[in-house]
Design a protein around this ligand. Structure first.
Ligand code: G6Q
Length: 541
């Protein structure tokens, strides 16, 4: 770790020991301008970070860290197609996939934009044809259902977007997702479908992933059994980088939508992996999603560090993790249609920054990614928020909230807003002893009964949160928010000097099951530890 980064962290920690002595409630009382001071806006998104445990002195120190860690230079290297994913010797160019300005993006001296635009044109042509009924199944009937078969990065991103943009979806073309190798996943989806009107998208960058290939073969057999082997071609398309395996599966490479090794799986919803999105909401909305992400890319590239939303979010996360001692982050959309946003971001974050070594292979000195979890409010309030309010760990929360519902019913949305704001305020203020006593007295309690209850009704407060407020959850806004988080994760990874773009832990998972499967299916027996041997013996009996 370079000396300037060490010094920047040391300065932050020294400052942090002072900040820890202060309470957010007091900081708000002392500074009526705290919201104006600690909020920023870009791409239709307002970021209120005034409820972070920071003072006016914190931001310049975080800026110093950003400079010392060379975030701007590394960001520029990423956009410029340098091979910053060093352990896989790959460029990281998901920003090129949504480069709606169409400026040249050079990789090894060659502009990648013609290839990107070529695939987008193919997606548009194909999805238009499916949606207007000219590309049909083998019997000539238009498709009513699409099943995306993929896992991890080839599943979570498009699944999240299709759910989030459901008001834009065609009701007569339903999009389903099958990921798990557990046959119940495939079974339960197929049980509702008619093979003659079902289109399968096999989405796999490598086209070798066990789960996807197993499910793909099951779907192929289901179509062939019902409609005959010759029908398969009309009911399957592929999204992959591996033309050879796609052909071997029996899908024409004419109907293979390609992408490239410089697109990481968890950053691939912007590529042809987004095909189910375009099928669901139409190509124009998919293009709006790309445009929203592009606007955030431009903002990340040009805005000064302390007015730059991804920089601020990333740096505040580093502050919470490395200085204030948090180990998890709760991502809490007050937006039901973002119910899959947290699982998607959980992958992007935990796979990108869940690393134990730095770029040079030495053990990490600072941070490394937090545990990211959460689910939509207000549901979570009736469940795990108890621990966030009164548990003995501090869990920074990130709230996402739309100003307007796209589909209002009664005053539900106002109640949603009220609850979201109330939660962050309660976390910030807490409830002190005087307030608890006054409340209990008002309820008619006194003496022992009151004294016994007081400690249980105390809230320490001083629990940090950030709120993102956007106009409404449309394609453009969703693109911007998702890109904001992608870049904030990159900012954190750069502060910690880890490679946010490899995933050797995932690769290990892909190998581990093979010898056990061999043993289960009567192949090579191999050696098993006592636990595996015991479990296999029971499963076999
Ligand atoms: C993402 C990961 C991982 C990957 C899946 C699916 O960044 O690499 O989640 O997307 O393992 O891989 P395939 O697309 O190759 O099937």
């Amino acid at each position: 770790m370079n000396q300037q980064v060490n010094e920047a962290f040391e300065a932050l920690r020294a400052h942090g020991s002072q900040v820890k002595k202060q309470h957010l409630r007091i900081l708000f009382e002392q500074d009526p301008q705290r919201f104006q001071r600690f909020s920023a806006e870009a791409c239709w998104i307002l970021m209120d970070y005034s409820k972070s445990r920071i003072t006016a002195d914190t931001l310049p120190l975080l800026e110093k860290l950003a400079k010392a860690a060379g975030i701007e230079a590394r960001r520029d290297a990423m956009y410029a197609g340098e091979r910053i994913n060093t352990t896989e010797n790959r460029a990281v160019l998901h920003t090129a996939l949504r480069n709606r300005s169409n400026t040249p993006v050079l990789l090894d001296g060659k502009d990648v934009m013609p290839d990107v635009n070529g695939v987008l044109a193919a997606i548009e042509k194909f999805t238009d044809a499916v949606r207007n009924g000219t590309r049909t199944g083998s019997t000539g009937k238009p498709f009513t259902d699409v099943v995306n078969i993929g896992i991890g990065g080839s599943d979570l991103g498009p699944r999240m977007v299709v759910r989030a943009l459901s008001p834009d979806a065609r009701r007569d073309l339903r999009v389903h997702f099958v990921a798990n190798v557990d046959p119940s996943d495939m079974h339960d989806v197929l049980a509702t479908l008619d093979p003659s009107t079902t289109l399968f998208v096999i989405a796999s960058k490598t086209f070798t992933t066990m789960e996807t290939m197993t499910n793909g073969r099951a779907a192929r057999a289901w179509v062939a059994d019902a409609l005959g082997e010759d029908a398969v071609g009309a009911h399957f398309v592929a999204v992959s980088t591996n033309a050879k395996e796609v052909s071997a599966f029996g899908i024409s490479t004419e109907e293979m939508f390609g992408f490239w090794d410089w697109v990481g799986g968890r950053y691939s919803l912007w590529s042809a992996i987004g095909l189910p999105i375009a099928l669901s909401v139409g190509f124009a909305k998919f293009a709006e999603l790309l445009d929203g992400a592009h606007q955030m890319d431009l903002h990340f590239k040009s805005a000064p560090i302390l007015q730059n939303l991804p920089m601020l979010l990333g740096l505040l996360r580093v502050w919470e993790i490395d200085v204030m001692g948090s180990t998890t982050v709760a991502l809490l959309p007050y937006d039901q249609r973002l119910e899959l946003f947290t699982p998607h971001l959980q992958q992007v974050d935990m796979e990108s920054n869940g690393k134990g070594v730095m770029l040079d292979g030495a053990p990490v000195v600072y941070g490394s990614g937090p545990v990211v979890w959460g689910s939509p409010g207000t549901n979570g309030q009736h469940a795990f928020h108890q621990l966030i309010h009164q548990g003995n760990r501090v869990i920074p929360c990130e709230f996402l909230l739309a100003r307007h519902s796209r589909t209002p019913i009664g005053d539900g949305h106002q109640k949603l807003i009220a609850n979201c704001l109330a939660q962050s305020e309660a976390l910030m203020r807490g409830k002190n002893e005087a307030e608890v006593r006054a409340e209990l007295t008002k309820q008619g309690l006194s003496g022992e009964a009151l004294e016994n209850l007081v400690p249980h009704k105390l809230f320490t407060g001083n629990r940090p949160s950030i709120t993102f407020l956007y106009e409404q959850l449309d394609a453009r806004t969703l693109g911007s928010i998702t890109a904001l988080y992608e870049h904030a994760i990159f900012v954190q990874g750069t502060c910690w000097n880890v490679n946010s773009f490899d995933q050797w832990g995932v690769e290990l998972g892909k190998q581990l099951a093979l010898p056990i499967l061999d043993a289960l299916t009567g192949g090579k027996t191999g050696t098993h530890d006592a636990s595996r041997a015991g479990l296999l013996a029971r499963i076999g009996s």
